[in-house]
Ligand binder design. Structure first.
Ligand SMILES: Nc1ncnc2c1ncn2[C@@H]1O[C@H](COP(=O)(O)OP(=O)(O)OP(=O)(O)O)[C@@H](O)[C@H]1O
Ligand SMILES: [Mg+2]
Length: 219
């Protein structure tokens, strides 16, 4: 079943947060989902322990460049969706994950430096497409968007789209209480005790992701 990699050449852009939220939202809709934790920091595995029995997300810790391809192959035969969390860098694991993906999500913040890293990440996807001689669907996702629109955030989407990089319509807003608390409590926004506004944007994001997968949309 579909493989979604979440990557960026930059650290701290919201990859792990997005992976955990999408996985939990999909599981709470009754889907089967596994997260392959290919970041040596192991944040997804740590969150999973905290989330407890009530959570239906499976996590495979310690995925590395030597094992990632077999682990993706095996997981895609067993789960409704497979999410891959990657470290914030270009690496062999990142390339392999992209190569196996039906969709690559590229979270980004809106500053000029963040956008430069998004363009670098997209270039990695394009090089992988070239090597494989097949198109790979990819979407930028604005993450940690300021709740109050400022001059930069207003123009960021236009800049990215102007470069021919497709962007998800849903934006993940900067909500420290909602998105940072889950690393202490295990409860994501879509948990019954979660933040309703954040839950709405996470579900909207998942809906869009599932639609892209359904359509096999490359651009
Ligand atoms: N929408 C959000 N609102 C508020 N805080 C957020 C949001 N998304 C992420 N954060 C916080 O920003 C920090 C970085 O997020 P996260 O760990 O998801 O990024 P990452 O891209 O996975 O980083 P790394 O490259 O280090 O793995 C974390 O402290 C996280 O809790
Ligand atoms: Mg991370």
């Amino acid at each position: 079943m579909p493989v979604i990699s979440v990557c960026s050449t930059k650290g701290g852009v919201g990859k792990t947060t997005l992976v955990i939220c999408l996985a939990d939202a999909f599981a709470r809709q009754g889907g089967t989902v596994v997260v392959l934790d290919a970041d040596p920091n192991g944040h997804v595995a740590a969150w999973r322990e905290m989330a407890g029995e009530e959570c239906q997300v499976d996590v495979v810790p310690g995925v590395n460049e030597a094992t990632i391809q077999e682990q993706i192959e095996e997981a895609s035969g067993r789960y409704g969706i497979v999410l891959v969390d990657l470290e914030g860098a270009a690496s062999q694991s990142v390339t392999y994950a992209i190569a196996w993906s039906d969709l690559v999500l590229m979270p980004t913040k809106t500053s000029g430096m963040d956008l430069q890293e998004l363009y670098r990440t997209y270039a990695v996807v394009q090089r992988t497409e070239k090597a494989l001689r097949r198109p790979i669907a990819a979407r930028a996702v604005f993450s940690q968007m300021p709740a109050l629109i400022n001059r930069v955030s207003k123009h960021a989407r236009g800049l990215v789209e102007g470069r021919g990089i497709p962007v998800l319509g849903t934006e993940i807003i900067h909500r420290p209480a909602a998105y940072q608390a889950m690393h202490f409590t295990g409860a994501t926004p879509v948990h019954p005790d979660g933040d309703p506004k954040a839950a709405t944007e996470v579900r909207a994001c998942l809906d869009e992701v599932l639609k892209v997968l359904e359509q096999g949309a490359v651009a």
